[in-house]
Design a protein around this ligand. Structure first.
Ligand code: HEC
Length: 300
């Protein structure tokens, strides 16, 4: 074996070791994933840090927003917080019917008061509950979103209310409506919520699928671009209007929206309630801290 070859091999091995020792190198148990960098240094506060979104102050003062990013001057607000796609009829749309269905189901499920208790509503009061989900549930040993809790608490009474189903989302929508106007307020500063937030943040920047896109490839890098008839928007404030009535799909929970985004980008979608979606939900909800719950919302 020639000396030059051995030197090359040693160099290559050394380089490999060096690369694998890089800080932030992937966990060897996980498949290697390429990140869409840089990861933003989001540090959300429970009461919301609205400066974080950058576009929030502009949304408050629409005259300062560059409407070219939104497509048209009437649609400025879409860049940041989009709970109604024009033209809309805020008095009656499919979201209102879903709300009625959700209320009827809720009343039937909570006849004994056990359903509300299971969801973690103090003294059966649902006000504000939406603003504090996702949360860590010690009984389940993991962080869960509201829809997953609804599925779990219905099952505890022998009823099937599958996460992602119309009825599950309708109950979620009804519960959200009782927090109307209250700011989203989840605490991701420590413990399992912090860990889920960090995983979600990383996932948001992880490239995957046929296009090798990350969520951030669209929702950070291509804000304002047109895709399949809609303008890509920032991820701030979104959670405050979910589940949303979609004119094409009836009622869409946040996890169903993630399935749609995955399909758009040629990525294998996951089940509603899967850990990765819940982690993304924690991340996105933290970015909505401070935004008022606004349901029922309608989007095309
Ligand atoms: C190929 C581009 C693309 C990718 C990649 C993508 N999205 Fe989207 N996403 C869109 C478009 C287009 C919309 C609809 C317009 C809008 O509201 O931004 C949308 C909408 C959304 C919404 C709903 C916004 C609202 O308030 O109604 C959420 C939440 C969302 N995306 C999250 C994600 C997450 C999380 C990922 C990564 C798993 C992701 N998206 C990946 C293009 C994309």
């Amino acid at each position: 074996m020639s000396k030059a070859w051995t030197e090359h091999a040693t160099l290559a091995l050394g380089l490999m070791l060096l690369l694998s020792a890089q800080p932030g190198a992937a966990d060897p148990a996980e498949p290697r994933r390429e990140l869409d960098l840089p990861l933003e240094r989001y540090e959300p506060h429970v009461r919301g840090d609205l400066r974080l979104s950058g576009t929030y102050p502009l949304w408050r003062d629409r005259s300062r927003l560059d409407w070219r990013l939104a497509g048209s001057p009437e649609e400025h607000w879409k860049l940041n917080w989009k709970f109604m796609d024009p033209p809309y009829n805020s008095a009656v749309h499919g979201g209102h019917f879903a709300l009625d269905r959700g209320e009827a189901l809720y009343r039937q499920l909570d006849r004994s008061g056990r359903f509300a208790a299971c969801l973690g509503a103090p003294r059966g009061r649902l006000k504000g509950l939406r603003t504090r989900y996702p949360r860590y549930r010690a009984d389940l040993g993991r962080v869960v979103g509201l829809e997953e809790a609804i599925e779990h608490c219905a099952a505890a009474q022998g009823q099937v209310l599958e996460n992602g189903s119309y009825d599950n989302s309708a109950v979620s929508l009804y519960i959200a409506s009782l927090s109307q106007g209250l700011p989203i307020a989840i605490d991701v500063s420590r413990g399992p919520m912090r860990a889920a937030f960090e995983r979600g943040r990383r996932l948001f920047h992880t490239r995957a699928g046929r296009l090798n896109f990350a969520c951030s490839s669209c929702h950070v890098r291509n804000v304002g671009q047109m895709l399949r008839g809609s303008h890509i928007t920032t991820p701030y404030g979104d959670v405050a209007h979910y589940p949303v009535y979609r004119t094409q799909y009836m009622l869409q929970s946040l996890h169903l929206r993630l399935i749609e985004c995955n399909l758009d980008a040629g990525v294998q979608p996951l089940r509603p309630g899967s850990r990765a979606y819940t982690d993304l939900e924690v991340f996105l909800t933290a970015l909505s801290n401070g935004y008022p719950v606004s349901v029922p919302a309608e989007r095309h």
